[in-house]
Design a protein around this ligand. Structure first.
Ligand code: 5GP
Ligand code: ZN
Length: 111
């Protein structure tokens, strides 16, 4: 998708070290971490919003969650982590390319 910052990161047009990569998703560090460890899991296929979910997109998300369950210890998240997907304006979603935030590396405050 043209002018999508995460598509550009996926394509390597914007350099960003990958903590994990396969044919369907990448994991990078958030540029403005909100916890000691803050990662973004970004599906390589562009779709903007969680609210667009259909069975095809659900497969992509399912894949990401299964993969996260396999790799979280390699990210330093063995003690636990928080999963966030921001949706739309009130959810403070700033990048309209669906992504999963993983926060951890410390005891997180309740919200
Ligand atoms: P959202 O607010 O859409 O849920 O999350 C977007 C996240 O992407 C924000 O936490 C922001 O800090 C992060 N971000 C925005 N641009 C970049 C970038 O160029 N590189 C990285 N690593 N993170 C970014
Ligand atoms: Zn995109």
């Amino acid at each position: 998708m043209e002018n999508c910052i995460f598509c550009k990161i996926v394509a390597g047009e914007i350099p960003s070290p990958r903590l994990y990569e396969d044919d369907k998703m990448i994991v990078i560090r958030d540029i403005e971490p909100k916890a000691k460890l803050h990662y973004l899991c970004i599906p390589k296929t562009h779709f903007a919003y969680l609210s667009e979910m259909d069975s095809e997109k659900a497969e992509i998300l399912k894949y990401c969650f299964e993969k996260i369950a396999q790799i979280y210890p390699t990210l330093g998240l063995e003690q636990g982590y928080r999963v966030i997907i921001n949706q739309g304006e009130n959810g403070n979603q700033t990048v309209p390319h669906l992504h999963i935030h993983l926060l951890g590396g410390e005891k997180l405050k309740d919200f």
